[in-house]
Write a protein that binds this ligand. Structure first.
Ligand code: FMN
Length: 394
């Protein structure tokens, strides 16, 4: 049996049925008041059946936000939590754990989007530096991320925002939380000198830039009663949403951050290698992340292999989960060589609701033959391109 399909027990005795997790994927289908509905219940339960050990939700916003995806979920009320409870129960019934992905977009949003307009909330960020990029197709003139950014007075207020949302997630029955610290969103904005020019305890030195993320982790641990079910998702060489920094800054930041997370015994260090030159030849928009000029990486640099020894050493209580364009052979070898613990898979789960069954039986995997528009829509009903990918014939 492939090493990926073998069970694994964590340092605290938690049994995972295999080493495969389903990645967080925004699918933009919360058409009923930003809550999941029957389409979500089916989508997640189908994928949990005989499936991965862990499923991470699509990014769920911890506050109202003006994103380019008008139907992304929000977790700010008890109604939101009650709707997620139905999804979590269905996933548990199929034997998978479910983590809530906590997402705050920070400066990567637009306050003209209807979800924000009525709220009176500003677009908060570490500093008043707008993010470049993006196109808000629903707004006249298709602007990018807003220039109207408000520097956060006290970052602990934002930690309280997360705290409220994560407490709702706990009440919905989630097993734990994945903190989204990549993609150029709020925690990564604090980590990054491109977005963070603060002169207080949350900016400047590496310790200060990592403070927001580490305090968030501590707050979530308090709510969930420990670090075992916390995953911290990071993408050290990412360039998405105006987040690129020099290789030297990357090394300094993530070496410190990962050491601190492992010292706290965080359950899962989830490293995505997006932004590294993987030599993948494809038309898929999700595999092409060219680095801007002036930010070179050493030839063949792979952040997973670089940072793996910080997580994988005798006595470490943290598991290393990895992601982005992995083939099963490559991931199996990395598990066998003791370099990683878990593989997180994204896109193949969209097109193969029975992915683990197909891996087990060596059945061919369905590929996306419908084009890049299947990811977020447009669609006529939430089930379209979501719940209409068949399982393999027996
Ligand atoms: C449609 C789509 C939506 C995504 N949404 C999220 C998200 O909400 N949160 C997140 O952390 N990553 C998100 N990602 C990134 C995936 O979690 C994953 O990193 C990516 O698909 C690469 O993994 P893969 O090569 O196994 O597909 C998204 C990816 C896709 C394709």
């Amino acid at each position: 049996m492939s090493a990926l399909l073998q069970p694994i027990t964590t340092a605290t005795g938690l049994k995972l049925r295999n080493r495969i997790a389903m990645a967080s994927m925004t699918r933009n289908r919360c058409i009923d008041a930003y809550k999941p509905g029957p389409a979500h219940v089916k989508y997640y339960a189908d994928r949990a059946r005989d499936g991965p050990s862990i499923i991470v939700t699509e990014g769920v916003l911890v506050d109202w936000a003006g994103l380019p995806w008008p139907y992304a979920p929000v977790m700010v009320t008890e109604e939101h939590a009650a709707a997620w409870r139905v999804v979590v129960d269905a996933v548990h019934k199929e034997g998978a754990l479910m983590l809530f992905q906590a997402w705050h977009a920070g400066r990567c949003q637009n306050d003209e989007m209807p979800t924000m307009k009525g709220t009176g909330r500003p677009v908060f960020a570490p500093s008043t530096i707008p993010a470049e990029g993006w196109k808000y197709r629903d707004l006249p003139g298709m602007p990018g991320h807003t220039a109207n950014v408000k520097a956060i007075d006290d970052p602990r207020d934002l930690i309280d925002t997360y705290r409220r949302s994560v407490s709702l997630a706990k009440s919905a029955g989630f097993d734990g939380v994945e903190l989204l610290c990549q993609g150029g969103y709020l925690p990564q904005q604090f980590l990054n000198t491109r977005a963070n020019t603060r002169t207080d305890a949350y900016g400047g030195t590496v310790e200060n830039r990592c403070r927001f993320t580490l305090e968030l982790v501590d707050a979530i641990c308090e709510i969930f009663g420990g670090p075992e079910f916390i995953s911290v998702r990071m993408s050290p060489v990412d360039t998405l949403n105006d987040s690129v920094v020099t290789f030297e800054e990357t090394q300094e930041t993530y070496t410190y951050l990962i050491k601190e997370l492992v010292r706290r015994k965080v359950g899962f260090i989830n490293i995505c290698r997006r932004g590294a030159d993987l030599n993948v030849k494809t038309d898929d928009v999700y595999s092409r992340y060219p680095r801007p000029e002036g930010y070179p990486l050493p030839l063949g640099y792979d952040p997973v292999l670089d940072f793996s020894p910080l997580v994988k050493f005798p006595g470490s209580a943290s598991l290393l989960m990895v992601n982005q364009d992995y083939g099963f052979q490559e991931a199996t070898e990395l598990v066998e060589e003791g370099k990683i613990d878990l593989l997180m898979i994204g896109r193949p789960f969209m097109f193969n609701p029975d992915l683990i069954n197909r891996i087990e039986k060596r059945l061919p995997l369905a590929i996306n033959d419908r084009g890049n528009q299947v990811y977020y829509g447009p669609y006529h009903t939430p089930d379209e391109n979501y719940n209409d990918w068949p399982v393999a014939a027996a």
